[in-house]
Design a protein around this ligand. Structure first.
Ligand SMILES: [Zn+2]
Length: 308
């Protein structure tokens, strides 16, 4: 059985067919401006149509489509806001449904980080109790507890990027708050620290320096890791996970972050909640696309997260 998967990003969109094992067929990618939402979703579905054509699968035969969104959603059909795409609150189904020949097509929508967590569970055997952390230009999080994605009272559960981790010299965060994890350990924050220390223009350059033995660069990664470990310790006391899966572009440098993460985590977590493995995501580069697909192949225990 093949499902359609669309990974809607703030700058690029990836569409493909995906089977229940997580195998991706005929991925198609394009940079799409987000300003005109109708146009954006029409062009996104056109990408999926192109994927179907490439794979020789009739577009008309698609019965389910998963869509990952770069912002908060209500778990049904509403986007609650996306700073990266410049979107406020709106309903997606009225834009998407008319683009498919079958008006009853099963369309499922989810925040991209939540979707990644569901994919880690569906396609990579992540278990029933874990945290998913995206470390990229920002920091996003999701929590699966007892086999269910935690959504929370206002669909904001898992926003680990905005756990406060620095109180003495707090940096301003994109959310308007100060001292958030995202403001101190995202790729953007590491890049800022790196420019101040003269260890490279961005996080990737700082990683290269650190790997070549530059002590100042290594300190930046260690400090960022300490902030992540502090946030994970706080969240772990609340949800008692068995593992943390780290994805996103900066996660390619997880080996540089891990010593700091482990140091702060072990210092600050409740001992009874300390048996937590910290691992790279096993989903690879296409985590968010697989997340969109995972919405179409829910495991029984996450049935309540289905959009029926
Ligand atoms: Zn924040």
């Amino acid at each position: 059985m093949l499902a359609g998967a669309i990974d809607c990003g703030g700058t690029k969109v990836l569409a493909a067919l995906v089977d229940e094992k997580g195998t991706i067929y005929a991925p198609c990618c394009a940079s799409l401006p987000t300003g005109d939402k109708s146009r954006y979703f029409a062009d996104s579905v056109a990408l999926l149509r192109e994927s179907c054509r490439t794979h020789g699968f009739p577009f008309e035969s698609l019965s389910r489509v998963g869509v990952s969104i770069p912002g908060m959603t209500d778990g049904a059909d509403r986007v609650l806001g996306s700073p990266s795409a410049g979107w406020g609150e709106f309903s997606v189904f009225p834009l998407l449904r008319p683009l498919f020949p079958d008006s009853e097509i099963d369309i499922r929508l989810e925040n991209d980080v939540n979707a990644c967590a569901l994919a880690e569970r569906r396609f990579a055997d992540a278990g029933d109790d874990f945290i998913w952390l995206t470390v990229s230009t920002g920091i996003g999080g999701a929590v699966v507890s007892g086999g269910r994605l935690l959504r929370g009272a206002t669909s904001c559960a898992g926003e680990i990027g905005h756990v406060k981790v620095e109180f003495d010299v707090p940096a301003l965060c994109g959310c308007g708050g100060k001292g958030c994890l995202e403001a101190h350990a995202s790729g953007t924050a590491i890049g800022r620290e790196s420019r101040m220390a003269g260890t490279g223009e961005d996080a990737a350059a700082c990683a290269t320096e650190a790997l070549s033995g530059n002590a100042a660069a290594r300190r930046i990664w260690h400090r960022a890791g300490m902030y992540i470990g502090r946030a994970l310790a706080a969240v772990s006391c609340a949800v008692n996970p068995s593992a943390v899966y780290v994805g996103g572009g900066v996660a390619r440098s997880l080996s540089l972050l891990l010593p700091g993460i482990r140091e702060a985590f072990s210092q600050e977590v409740l001992p009874q909640c300390s048996a937590v493995e910290i691992l790279p995501s096993r989903l690879g580069y296409n985590a968010s696309l697989l997340g969109a697909a995972a919405l179409c192949f829910p495991m029984p225990e996450v049935g309540e997260n289905r959009i029926d």
